[in-house]
Ligand binder design. Structure first.
Ligand code: SF4
Length: 233
């Protein structure tokens, strides 16, 4: 199925019919999505525990599945180490989607933009590279779960993404934290060691602190999302 159109509008195509896969397992959702959209589909990998599971499901379904990561240049060393480990384990190359260099950003917007205007920094380093990359795809797979935050509570397993104009597949939408850890143990999967140091959610070094749920992200501010799964909040 090709959904790419010349129209940059993000409304769903009038003839788009998405299946109701709410009762399907994560593996079934992944298999359906790759069958339907590959090579126009990729897994968004932020190297958190959810992606540990999704990477395994995706490569189980298709060894040539596509995976991308947004490299802000500010990820933890542990995250970059895991990146290499994942590439070796699955004999794959994760597509690196990037914004401007940190030096270019500093020259244009001042040093440490994350401290003065984190929304602009996320926009430049995450949202714009994501928008560019997703504009070449028909669908993306994400690790979002409904219990992660109120903003994610309404996520369906398969839905239209109005923000970026493509199908969004959330195979773990109904999983709990425990479900994820149980699957990691069952499959003996590599995961980000920062989780063992109290980081429930892991992003860029300057904006991530240990904490439950997403409380460690942009701690001390009202910001809770990068703008990848909803407009910046
Ligand atoms: S998480 Fe922080 S450092 Fe990373 S892109 Fe957003 S504001 Fe910038």
């Amino acid at each position: 199925m090709s959904l790419i159109s010349d129209n940059p509008a993000t409304a769903a195509p009038a003839d788009l019919v998405l299946p109701d896969l709410e009762a399907a397992s994560a593996a079934e959702v992944v298999a359906w999505a790759l069958d339907e959209f590959h090579p126009g589909i990729a897994l968004a990998c932020s190297f958190q525990k959810e992606e540990a599971v999704l990477l395994d499901l995706v490569f189980e379904a298709r060894p040539d599945a596509r995976v991308f990561a947004l490299d802000t240049g500010l990820l933890f060393d542990q995250t970059y180490d895991l990146w290499k480990q994942v590439e070796e384990r699955y004999s794959t190359t994760i597509e690196r989607w990037q914004g401007p260099t940190l030096a270019e950003q500093a020259a244009r917007h001042g040093d440490k933009l994350w401290a003065t205007n984190p929304s602009q920094c996320c926009g430049i380093r995450k949202v714009e590279p994501l928008r560019r990359g997703l504009s070449t795809l028909d669908a993306w797979v994400t690790g979002i779960r409904r219990d992660q935050s109120p903003a994610r509570a309404g996520a369906a397993k398969v839905e239209w993404d109005d923000q970026f104009g493509l199908v969004k597949v959330n195979p773990l939408a109904d999983w709990s934290d425990k479900d994820v850890w149980r699957e990691i143990a069952k499959r003996d999967l590599p995961y980000n060691p920062l989780h063992d140091q109290g980081y429930a959610s892991i992003g860029c070094v300057p904006c991530t602190r240990p904490g439950e749920g997403r409380e460690g992200r942009w701690a001390g501010s009202d910001k809770v999302e990068c703008g990848l799964h909803q407009e910046d909040a």
